[in-house]
Ligand binder design. Structure first.
Ligand code: BGC
Length: 348
């Protein structure tokens, strides 16, 4: 069968390859891949900056944002042929550490976790894959291929859970949220903020086009320009770009008692000239908190699936700006200014 593979840490090594059918040792449920979303992490792997092949292999099958259809499942699994499923990206470390033992692989303590399509486990950009029943989640059949948005939604479902737990350490009545960046993660973070009844503001560089339209369609407010001028003292700031300057601006922008959540994986080696004293002073005097958040566990997959099931389908479908057939896979790794989510189509 066909798969998009890459030699991790080797730029320009991605190719459409012929790979063996998934081995039964990978799990009892056989899934046909319908579509796979492309994100910044995939681009980093394709550029040769990230990623690990499975032990004993040179190449890694890419792809971690999946939607697939069950072809075969044991009856005791609770799954049946035809069900739509999304593969859970991260798997617990083998030790396991106490977080992985508790099902919180997103908080793995020893770094020995694996991730489909990223770290030592083949991903979903292959025509078929197998996994254990508890390594995938079912999605609302009504969502159809839009279930491909679940994985990025789990990332923000976790971020919101962290924000609410931290904010709730004291009496907390949040009203406003500022989202930095109107890419897929930023837009989905805004969706979950609107679903919570918050007044949501999104800031991005694009002056016009789809991004502002999507923000307006949510009932949120769109801004361009400097973060500090957008909104006075938001209760929540979710930073979705990873741009180091914006990370510091986000930390400085939050209001008293507020929570800043960082979701973007920043480049390293970038120096930011900042007034550290005034940032630390505002954090202490304002009881604010900055938290980093990565990945998602089964609880966040369920929360993400619920959030998508509640969302407007037309709005969700507008997030998918381009669908690329498998034989033109490399087009999916080229990000245009109007692209929000680009999806690779594996089966009709
Ligand atoms: C994925 C996460 C993963 C992270 C780090 C992100 O793109 O969505 O599941 O944990 O990259 O590898």
């Amino acid at each position: 069968m066909k798969a998009v593979t890459v030699t991790p840490r080797t730029a320009g090594s991605s190719e459409l390859a012929e790979v063996p059918e998934p081995d039964e040792s990978e799990g009892s449920v056989l899934v046909e891949t319908l579509a796979v979303g492309v994100c910044g992490t995939d681009m980093e792997i394709v550029r040769g900056d990230y990623g690990w092949a499975p032990p004993g292999h040179d190449r890694l099958v890419l792809g971690h944002e999946s939607i697939g259809r069950v072809l075969d499942a044991p009856s005791a699994s609770g799954l049946a042929a035809g069900d739509l499923v999304v593969g859970i990206v991260r798997r617990p470390d083998p030790v396991p550490c106490y977080s992985c033992a508790a099902g919180e692989w997103d908080a793995c303590r020893n770094g020995q976790y694996t991730e489909h399509g990223i770290k030592q486990l083949d991903g979903f950009m292959r025509e078929r894959w197998r996994a254990a029943p508890d390594a995938m989640v079912s999605v609302d059949p009504g969502l159809g291929r839009l279930g491909v948005l679940l994985e990025p939604t789990t990332v923000v479902a976790k971020a919101w859970e962290e924000i609410e737990r931290i904010g709730g350490r004291q009496t907390w009545q949040p009203k406003t949220a500022l989202v930095v960046g109107a890419g897929p993660i930023g837009l989905l973070a805004a969706l979950l903020g609107v679903e919570r009844g918050l007044e949501v503001h999104v800031v991005d560089q694009m002056e016009s086009g789809l991004k502002p339209d999507l923000v307006h369609a949510l009932g949120a407010t769109y801004h361009t320009g400097r973060l500090s001028g957008v909104l006075a003292g938001p209760d929540v700031v979710i930073e979705c770009t990873g741009v180091p300057r914006l990370v510091f601006d986000a930390a400085s922008a939050v209001g008293v008692g507020g929570v800043v959540c960082l979701t973007g994986v920043s480049p390293t080696g970038v120096r930011v000239d900042t007034d550290g004293g005034s940032l630390a002073r505002s954090m202490v005097l304002g009881n604010t908190c900055v938290v980093g958040s990565v990945n998602a566990n089964a609880r966040h997959y369920r929360a993400g699936a619920d959030a998508l099931a509640r969302a407007d389908r037309d709005w969700l479908s507008r997030l998918v700006t381009r669908s690329v057939p498998l034989d033109r896979f490399s087009d999916a790794f080229e990000h245009g200014p109007e692209d929000v989510k680009v999806v690779l189509e594996l089966a009709r």
